[in-house]
Design a protein. Structure first.
Ligand code: BEZ
Length: 213
């Protein structure tokens, strides 16, 4: 198992899923992707997480992001559990769940942290860009469900900063002012940021979000 770091190409794999066999890179195609693990089927926090992701699907679609979940349980277990998720969370699971019972993918992505639990995956999140490179890694313990609003917020920042020479400040939300990249000189600013800018300090220059009308 190699360490996966930001900027690395997301390792490819083939796996069984609730929507058929997946070749990860082929499945991603030209989309961005989220690969997230949960510790086990038929557990309460995971049930709420997968129900939430199903409800957020239109938001992921809007951002051209495909979502795939994973746990080390088998396909039959996943299929039965999906019925429970649909029933209890008032939704329809609309994304694949990988059945990683041979732990191939969990080990490839270092999702099992033995000092937390030597058999189950932790709550890993990998955001992968449309260039197949890893853009974000977050790891939560089993006892803490993820905040998928935060994940959407981070994707907005990742996609904005992938295409514009800006960075997003603390607690930034889509639509708010952004920071001009330190690599941009003051002379370059008017041509690159025609909406104007405010210099708070020479190293802290703010501009309206450039990809909005
Ligand atoms: C849960 O999803 O509720 C959960 C799973 C494993 C350990 C603790 C909680």
């Amino acid at each position: 198992m190699a360490t996966i770091r930001l900027g690395d190409v997301a390792p490819n794999f083939t796996a069984k899923s609730t929507e058929g066999d997946i070749n990860f890179h082929d499945w991603l195609g030209d989309s961005w992707g989220i690969l997230f693990s949960h510790p086990a089927d038929y557990t309460p926090v995971c049930t709420t997480e997968l129900g939430t992701v199903a409800k957020y699907k239109p938001e992921f679609d809007k951002r051209n992001v495909k979502v795939v979940a994973l746990s080390v349980d088998g396909l039959e277990s996943h299929k039965g559990w999906v019925n429970d998720i649909n029933e209890t969370q008032n939704t329809t699971v609309n994304f694949p769940i990988i059945a990683d019972d041979d732990k191939n993918v969990s080990e490839l992505y270092d999702m099992i942290h033995p000092n937390a639990n030597d058999k189950l995956t932790v709550r890993s999140v990998f955001v992968i860009g449309d260039d197949k490179k890893v853009k974000l890694i977050i790891t939560y313990p089993a006892s803490t469900g993820r905040n998928f609003d935060e994940l959407l917020r981070v994707i907005d920042s990742l996609q904005l900063t992938a295409y514009h020479k800006v960075a997003t400040p603390a607690n930034w939300k889509n639509g708010e002012d952004v920071v001009i990249s330190p690599a941009i000189t003051n002379e370059q600013i008017p041509g690159m940021f025609p909406k104007g800018h405010k210099e708070i300090k020479p190293y802290l220059r703010m501009t309206p979000q450039p990809n909005l009308d």
